[in-house]
Design a protein around this ligand. Structure first.
Ligand code: FNR
Length: 352
C-alpha cells in the first residue's frame, strides 16, 4: 500500500469517532474550586516558555501530518493558526519527505506560515533502528532545516507498528540512537509516545538523553484502532488491533509516572479534549500540553481559530476558578484524585 494513501487514511480515520478509545483519566482529577480567588479574570496570564522559548500559552498543536496534497493544506492551516495565537506547532513524521523530496513542500509550508513560533520536527523510532549513524545524522539535519525547527521530536510507537499492515516493529538499539539524534540536532530533543503513554521506568532511561518527554498517553486518538480499521488482508492483525486498542497508560497516570522519575521538561498529550483537561495536566506536573485530533477535526471543519480560542477560554477559566494567576501557580492548586488514579499512584509508588 502506498505511503501517500496511508497518510490520507490516517487523516480521515483519525477524524472519525472510531479512532477515539477509552479515557485519559482526567475525570479522576478534580481541581478544588476557589470561591475567593482574589484575582480578576483579566489578570490571568497564560504566557510561559516552551523549552526556553517564550510562547503565548502553555499548549500547542501536536504532531500529525505531512506528505500529501491534503496534508500540506492542513499543515498550512495549522501553521497560520499557530502563528496567529503565538503557540508552538509540531509536524508529523518527515520520513516521507526524506525519501520523496517532491513532497517536502507539505512540511515547508509550516515554516512559511509560522515563522515566529517554535516548530518541532518529527522522526520515528523505526527510522532510528534502521539507519546507520551517518545517514541518521543527515536525516536529522534535513528534517530540522525543512521547517526551521526549534526542537526535534522522536516518536515511540511500538503498539502501532505491531498492528500496522506495513509496520516495522523494530526497536532494538533505539536508546543509543537517540544520543546520535541529540548530538546531530544541536537543539532540544523531545521523546514522545503516540497514544500508549510513558512509564517511570522508561522515563528514567530517557533521563540525560531527552530534554523533554511528551507522554502521548492512552485515552485519546488510538493508532492501534486506526491501523485495525485499515487492515483488510490480515485477520491476525485485525484481531491484534481489536485486543490491543485498550492497551496503554492513561495520560493522567502517565504524567504522574514521568514526573516521578524525570526532572526534565514534561509535555502532556493524548486525550486532552478541553482547556480544563489541559489545566489538570499542568496541575499534575506537566509544563505544557498538546492536542492533536481535536485540532485536526476543527481544521477540516473550517473552525480551527474558534477551537483554539475556546481552549484558551477554558484554560483561563480553570486558572481563575482555582485562583492561579500564572501557569506556575496552576501547578500548585489543591486537587483530589479519584479512586483509579489514587490506586495507580499508590501501587506504582509515584509522587504526584
Ligand atoms: C498523529 N500522531 C503522530 N505523532 C507523531 O509523533 N508522528 C506522526 O507522524 C503522527 N501522526 C499522526 C497523524 C494524525 C492524523 C493524528 C491525529 C495523530 C500522534 C499525535 O501526535 C498524538 O500523540 C496522538 O494523536 C494523541 O493525541 P490526541 O489526538 O489524543 O490529542
Amino acid at each position: 500500500m502506498g505511503i501517500d494513501k496511508r497518510k490520507d487514511d490516517h487523516i480521515y480515520l483519525a477524524s472519525s469517532e472510531l479512532s477515539q478509545i477509552g479515557s485519559a483519566w482526567f475525570e479522576e482529577v478534580i481541581l478544588i474550586h476557589n470561591a475567593l480567588p482574589e484575582i480578576d479574570f483579566s489578570e490571568v496570564d497564560l504566557t510561559t516558555r516552551f523549552l526556553g522559548a517564550p510562547v503565548k500559552a502553555p499548549f500547542g498543536i501536536g504532531a500529525m501530518t505531512g506528505g500529501t496534497e491534503l496534508a500540506g493544506k492542513i499543515n498550512a492551516e495549522l501553521a497560520k493558526a499557530a502563528e496567529e495565537f503565538g503557540i508552538p506547532i509540531y509536524v508529523g513524521s518527515q520520513r516521507i519527505a526524506l525519501v520523496k523530496p517532491e513532497v517536502k513542500w507539505t512540511f515547508e509550508v509550516v515554516k512559511q506560515n509560522a515563522p515566529h513560533v517554535p516548530k518541532v520536527a518529527n522522526l520515528g523510532a523505526p527510522q532510528l533502528a534502521e539507519l546507520g549513524e551517518r545517514e541518521l545524522e543527515e536525516w536529522v539535519v534535513q528534517a530540522i532545516d525543512m521547517i526551521d525547527a526549534y526542537a526535534i521530536a522522536i516518536h515511540l510507537n511500538a503498539a502501532q507498528e505491531v498492528v500496522q499492515p506495513e509496520g516495522e516493529p523494530r526497536f532494538k538499539g533505539v536508546l543509543e540512537k537517540l544520543k546520535i539524534v541529540k548530538r546531530a540536532a544541536g537543539r532540544p530533543l523531545i521523546v514522545k509516545e503516540t497514544g500508549n503513554g510513558i512509564s517511570k521506568e522508561v522515563a528514567a532511561r530517557l533521563s540525560g538523553i531527552a530534554d523533554a518527554i511528551d507522554v502521548g498517553g492512552f485515552g485519546g486518538t488510538s493508532f492501534v484502532a486506526i491501523e485495525g480499521a485499515r487492515t483488510k488482508e490480515s485477520p491476525l492483525q485485525k484481531r491484534l488491533a481489536e485486543t490491543y486498542k485498550w492497551w496503554g497508560i492513561p495520560t493522567a497516570a502517565s504524567i504522574c509516572e514521568v514526573k516521578s522519575a524525570y526532572a526534565g521538561y514534561l509535555i502532556a498529550s493524548g486525550g486532552i479534549r478541553s482547556g480544563l483537561d489541559g489545566a489538570k495536566a499542568i496541575a499534575l506536573g506537566a509544563n505544557f500540553f498538546t492536542m492533536s485530533q481535536p485540532l485536526l477535526k476543527a481544521a477540516l471543519d473550517g473552525r480551527l481559530r474558534e477551537e483554539i480560542a475556546m481552549i484558551i477560554a477554558e484554560l483561563k477559566t480553570a486558572m481563575f476558578l482555582t485562583g492561579a494567576r500564572t501557569v506556575q501557580e496552576l501547578a500548585l492548586v489543591p486537587r483530589v484524585y479519584g479512586p483509579r488514579l489514587r490506586n495507580w499512584i499508590e501501587q506504582r509508588r509515584l509522587t504526584c
